[in-house]
Ligand binder design. Structure first.
Ligand code: SF4
Length: 434
């Protein structure tokens, strides 16, 4: 039995991959720790599950890896950087073992190879139904990956090169994993993937059908549907709206629009127009009561003019969004947009500052709509002295009070807000009667 540390970076899908590696290694009898490497503690193997979505994150990870050089092949680098940019890893670390995203379920084989003195390299691509390896543990929030890869080829994206073509996991194994998670005490099921919108399109099904099937599972839980490329939504929007009406699905949708300008959306190869995005959000708002809509915006895409930027600002202020995640454009090695003429950093920085200011204003307006209201919430995480809870619209609510229990539902009175979340006190504690 070996002592193994897993250090994880990146999105919920990457975190779910780390949980797959943890369960595969534990099943093989290894002692697995999830955390950050500290060289004062001795590990037999250190796994760093990397992310390659943005330059700053990648640099930070490469600096960390450089500090782990003395581990040699006992350092196993996995994740999107191992899949898309392993040359960068080899330029910083001597002789690391490499396990790409498509091979995380073979992590125990990699450890066995290294134990016999071999350097482990698992980088072949094979469609694997990773849902087979899911073994949700007893936590209130269960992250359930449903697919990896996607059907799009956005010109700014590096993840596409890490995760490859769409690979949707089988519905019955996903449902089995959700059942196990609920049996083990999960109250919030976070369905995750690279593009939830493409789920099942390679298996003649889709995300609305999957969630609808999950609603037949016995137990008391709430489903959060992950990020969904707007390009696919029109295929099943009516069915998805039906599903959103269930009390067991958070009224929350994350639809990354990326720009408000049609010209830029075309240059990004996104597959929808700003008008179509506006129509989708209007339809969702009209038919799903109190739905929270989150989006992502890229600022400073190479072909973005000041007029294009103004269209993005207009879209933000006119579509009543509740969360706007802003990224400054950064050229990525394999992405087509890296070969376009880049904007000057000062221009990107200036636009990002202006958009940041508007986005915080719009978010605060959305938050303050429920000030003074009573809300039923689910307590999902401990955050400092208070508990983090979510209401039906997945709003983030910090609840202060004694006797608060993770996983319980209760009514709270919302008395104030910060720029990112609401503040509340218990009204009463009651179990969610299904
Ligand atoms: S949908 Fe676009 S941005 Fe998302 S992973 Fe695929 S190519 Fe990248």
């Amino acid at each position: 039995m070996a002592k193994v540390l897993i250090e994880t970076y990146g999105c919920t899908l990457n975190q779910a991959d780390s949980e797959i590696m943890e369960s595969v290694l534990s099943r093989d009898g290894h002692d697995v720790v999830m955390g950050r490497y500290d060289d004062s503690v001795t590990y037999d193997y250190v796994i760093v599950n990397t992310c390659t979505v943005k330059n700053p994150t990648e640099q930070k990870i490469l600096d960390r890896l450089t500090g782990m050089n003395k581990l040699g092949s006992r350092l196993i680098v996995t994740g999107c950087m191992a899949s898309a940019n392993s040359d960068k890893i080899s330029s910083r670390v001597h002789n690391p073992s490499i396990v790409t995203t498509a091979n995380v379920h073979r992590i125990a084989d990699a450890v066995n190879d290294i134990a016999t003195g071999k350097r482990a390299v698992y980088d072949s691509y094979a469609r694997t139904d990773k849902a087979f390896y899911l073994n949700p543990t007893d936590s209130v929030i269960a992250k359930i990956p449903v697919s990896e890869g996607c059907l799009s080829s956005c010109s700014f994206c590096e993840t596409k090169f890490a995760r490859g073509p769409l690979n949707s996991f089988s519905e019955n194994l996903i449902l089995k994993a959700i059942e196990t998670a609920v049996r083990n005490g999960a109250r919030e099921i976070e369905l995750t993937s690279q593009d939830m919108g493409a789920y099942g399109l390679d298996r003649k099904t889709n995300i609305a059908e999957l969630v609808s099937a999950a609603l037949d599972i016995e137990g008391s839980f709430k489903i959060r549907i992950g990020m969904l490329n707007p390009e696919h939504l029109p295929r099943y929007i009516d069915r998805l709206i039906d599903v959103y009406r269930s009390a067991n699905v958070y009224k929350f949708i994350h639809l990354p629009v990326q720009s408000g300008s049609n010209k830029v959306l075309q240059d990004m190869n996104r597959g929808y127009s700003a008008e179509e995005f506006r129509l989708m959000t209007k339809e969702l708002r009209r038919r799903v009561d109190d739905i929270s809509i989150a989006t992502d915006m890229i600022v400073g895409f190479p072909t973005e003019t000041e007029d294009d930027f103004a269209e993005s600002m207009r879209l933000i202020s006119e579509t009543g969004l509740s969360r706007i995640n802003i990224s400054k454009f950064g050229a990525r090695p394999h992405a087509k947009a890296s070969r376009m003429k880049q904007l000057r950093n000062e221009v990107i920085k200036d636009r990002s500052t202006r958009m940041y200011r508007l986005a915080r204003q719009v978010e605060t307006e959305a938050l303050t709509k429920v000030l003074g209201k009573r809300r039923r919430v689910l307590l999902t995480e401990i955050k400092g002295a208070s508990m983090l809870a979510r209401d039906d619209s997945y709003r983030e609510i910090a609840v202060s009070g004694s006797d608060l229990k993770l996983g319980e539902s209760m009514d709270v009175d919302i008395y104030d807000n910060t720029s990112v979340c609401l503040l509340a006190r218990p009204a009463e504690i009651a179990m969610l009667n299904r």
